[in-house]
Design a protein around this ligand. Structure first.
Ligand SMILES: [Zn+2]
Length: 442
């Protein structure tokens, strides 16, 4: 019997759930999942998506996307970034506030949310912690929280002033929002261009010591202990940071953390050719740091994989290494990279938890969170009645990275010419297939 009311039937795939992976077809009606069953007959007129051999998981959620709008539209826009996200399997992203102007007021937040409304990926925004991200005066967190902003950060910079961070944490606690820290002591970082170690000495480039990150992680853990507020640590990159967060969690402190795909795979020796595409902040570190980040993802110390997708137009990035802005593209390669690094050591359920369920919860976009910002429920679980936000990934496919065929307006991927096992095949946003067979539909 055909499933009445179904507008879309996804056939032949395996649904990833907390209890494991099961061979199930998925019937979708309008924006919602209607039914999951071993075999579903599509009714006349329903669209059918082939998912043979694929994993069907909840749509991915990125905690850390730089969309560059307003102010740097030559590098990325809400529209182009959302398309890159959809092609990467994402159904929601959090836009970082280091735009020009910064998202430090209700007006700018409203503008970005409005641009995101018709995009092919839901766009939530992070607000700045301080006015213009200058680290001097607190931004109007309450006004932004009233718009549905649930996460605040000065990303691109860490809040250097510990007393200001403490006050912001007290305020955030009262509002029930999360502060996210780009952990970098600017004095210790000293304008460095890469990780401080054997390669920075050999290449004659100024280094950023691991201690620049770890000292702020340690300070903020102290501030969480002092205030009882929550902190989310952005893009952890060193073994010492992972160990600090592991200990803080063992103590029961309200901390969460993310890691970027490039910190799970790439190491500082790649800088040897002085190619600015490998310049990123925090910088690529040592093989021991990479191993520690992966171990942290496996044992629950790190809660989320977040892209830190940071587009830069070619004319800005193609300059001498020490002058280039830091940042790499990430949205279209995150899942294939994570699959390559993690699929041997953890199962699909854990991988989708790291890339969908847990980031959705940290961003306040999960199924039990209030729908203040107008977003739909993200992060699964996939069951009848849930919003049909889906990422359909083919482990047997291949992702060939060609910088000229990415949806981003920029080209700064560190994976140019590389091939990864596995490919995002379809992405479904609120019941609409926005990506079919790796092609954007609008
Ligand atoms: Zn950052």
């Amino acid at each position: 019997m055909a499933r009445a009311g179904a507008t879309l039937v996804i056939r032949g795939g395996s649904v990833v759930g907390p209890e494991g992976t099961r061979r199930l077809d998925v019937a979708v009606g309008g924006p919602s999942v209607l039914e999951l069953a071993p075999s579903i007959e599509p009714p006349p007129g329903a669209m059918v998506l082939d998912a043979s051999g694929c994993l069907i998981g909840p749509g991915l959620v990125d905690l850390h996307t730089h969309l560059r709008q307003p102010g740097r539209e030559e590098a990325e826009t809400v529209d182009s970034g959302a398309r890159a996200a959809a092609l990467g399997g994402y159904t929601a992203l959090v836009a970082m506030p280091n735009t020009e102007p910064a998202i430090d007021s209700a007006g700018v937040a409203r503008d970005v949310l409005a641009l995101g409304r018709d995009a092919v990926c839901e766009v939530a925004v992070a607000g700045a912690i301080t006015v213009a991200r200058a680290g001097k005066a607190m931004a109007p967190l309450g006004e932004l929280a009233a718009l549905g902003v649930r996460i605040f950060t000065d990303d691109g910079a860490g809040v250097q002033d510990g007393a200001l961070m403490r006050r912001a944490l007290d305020y955030a606690k009262g509002l029930g929002v999360t502060l996210a820290q780009h952990c970098e002591d600017e004095c210790l970082a000293g304008g460095g261009a890469m990780h401080e170690g054997c390669w920075s000495s050999r290449l004659g480039l100024p280094g950023i010591p691991a201690a620049a990150e770890e000292s702020m992680v340690a300070r903020d853990i102290q501030l969480v202990r002092l205030t009882g507020a929550r902190v989310h640590f952005l893009h952890l990159s060193t073994a010492g940071s992972v160990e600090l967060v592991r200990a803080a969690k063992a103590e029961g402190l309200a901390v969460t953390a993310e890691a970027a795909p490039h910190h799970m795979l790439l190491t500082h020796d790649l800088v040897a050719g002085y190619d600015p595409v490998f310049k990123v902040n925090p910088p690529l570190r040592t093989a021991d740091d990479v191993a520690a980040v992966v171990a942290g993802l496996c044992d629950g110390t790190i809660d989320a994989v977040a892209t830190d997708h940071a587009p830069h137009a070619p004319e800005a990035k193609d300059v001498p290494f020490d002058q280039a802005p830091p940042g790499m593209l990430g949205l279209q390669t995150a899942l294939p990279v994570a699959w390559q690094v993690l699929s041997d050591v953890l199962g699909p359920a854990h991988l989708f938890a790291l890339m969908s369920t847990q980031p959705a919860a940290i961003a306040g976009l999960g199924p039990t969170d209030a729908r203040v910002g107008g977003h739909s429920a993200q992060g699964g679980p996939l069951e009848a009645g849930a919003t049909a936000n889906l990422c359909i990934f083919d482990p047997g496919g291949r992702t060939v990275v060609d910088p000229h065929h990415l949806a981003s307006r920029s080209r700064n991927t560190p994976y140019a010419g590389r091939t990864f096992e596995g490919a995002v095949r379809h992405t479904v946003l609120r019941g609409e297939p926005v990506v079919i067979d790796g092609e954007s539909q609008r």
